[in-house]
Ligand binder design. Sequence first.
Ligand code: AMP
Ligand code: MG
Length: 487
Amino acid sequence: MDNLDYVRTNIKFDNTYFRELSGFYSPVNPIHVPDPKLICFNNILGDKFDLSSKYFDTPEGAQLFSGNIKPDGAQTLSQVYAGHQFGGYSPQLGDGRAVLLGEIFDKEGNRFDLQLKGSGRTPYSRGGDGKAAVGPVLREYIISEAMNALKIPSTRSLAAVSTGEQVYREKMLPGAVLTRVASSHIRVGTFQYIASLGDKKKLKKMADYAINRHFKDIWGDNNPYLQFLKEVSDKQASLIAKWMNIGFIHGVMNTDNMSISGETIDYGPCAFMDSYLSSRVFSSIDTGGRYAFKNQPFVGQWNIARLAETLLPLIDEDLEKAISKATEVVEKFIVSYDKYWLDGMRGKLGINNKLSEDHSLATEFLEILETNKLDFTKSFLIVNEEGSESFLNSVNNDMRAVDWFQKLNRRKEKNLNDKNKELVNPIFIPRNHLVEEVIAKAYDGELEPLKKLVEILNNPYELSNNLECFANPPEVINESYKTFCGT
Ligand code: AMP
Ligand code: MG
């Protein structure tokens, strides 16, 4: 068997979305591209699916991951969904530049979507070309894989392929396709689209599918649809707390970019903060700061309220009762978020039990970071590993910080005797200047820096020799740094 046959016939699909949800997608084929070349293949993720780099990190793999050859068993489709974008409702969005190849299994038998992003126009492309440029594809590849290494639920990136054609953004740029792996691509916006059809049977079909796929255990509950809302809400509260614990700004938290499975999805203008500013915004189009760092938990709750509205007919036949039950869940979002966030902050500050004073200790620390424009990631390392002298030097012995450090030390005396310390403060995060630098080099055809950065970010808690420069913020922080949605 030659390798083309091997890659075509050795991915096992079982396509429940295609089989069970007709009407909620359009069958679409990826477009043919002139000259596909692998920029990177994720051999660690490949191994998880038994897709060995020996066969897939090859020119034939590039044909497959560009969409030029369709693997046997794939049933390609683009999903329809709606969504609130920056608060305004768009009744029909959908995969305008993505094609689902189908569902595959990891070695433990867990089901995942395998999707191509940037693979050409679909019935949902509206004015767009359905394509993606190398820069945003690599950005998603780098950051989604870093998120996974940082133990934050995320879609993953299996491969990035350059297509050999140019795409027009503000200028001509080389085109690329990303192969994305996700628990599923069901979004809050998927429910918004289906609810808008006003057909309870269709709504139930999607809800049942999502429950079967992600929350099977809740079928025994006396109100599974209310429980479904609770589960999605809880997963999102936990996810956003993790973002807030690590200094991540998603940048475009539209309801179509919020996954039911609780994974971070749709890496567009996202970025990690260097110096801490609670109102930090990176996205060039987020002029009102709707998706600013500090707003993320509240946007999460707002999005969950939109999901709740769609589920009302399934929650209770009596609309008043349905509203009251759903409202209770939505109201709990922030309570649950706060709990996750504080647990995360305790770990980051070296506190291993729970006391009521912890909340103010954590918020005061962030205020000190903000006043002194300190690096978010490094500050936690300094506090934990280098101790008070080093931290207090970095703030010129600011009185408030001196006082705070004493409080922290007194608080730590009340810690439990527990040696089991999980690593929670990363050394390496995908800092903007590093990401920009390797993407710029990749545009020039130099791929080694990209591969090296991906490797470093894959092991974020351990400092190896000569890698300090990857741990540091840039010498001069560009306060007007902007990120772009462009694909
Ligand atoms: P995003 O905010 O990036 O998640 O995208 C919002 C919507 O725009 C989704 O429906 C995308 O599929 C669509 N979209 C984004 N970029 C393109 C493109 N280049 N061509 C077609 N549709 C696109
Ligand atoms: Mg999106």
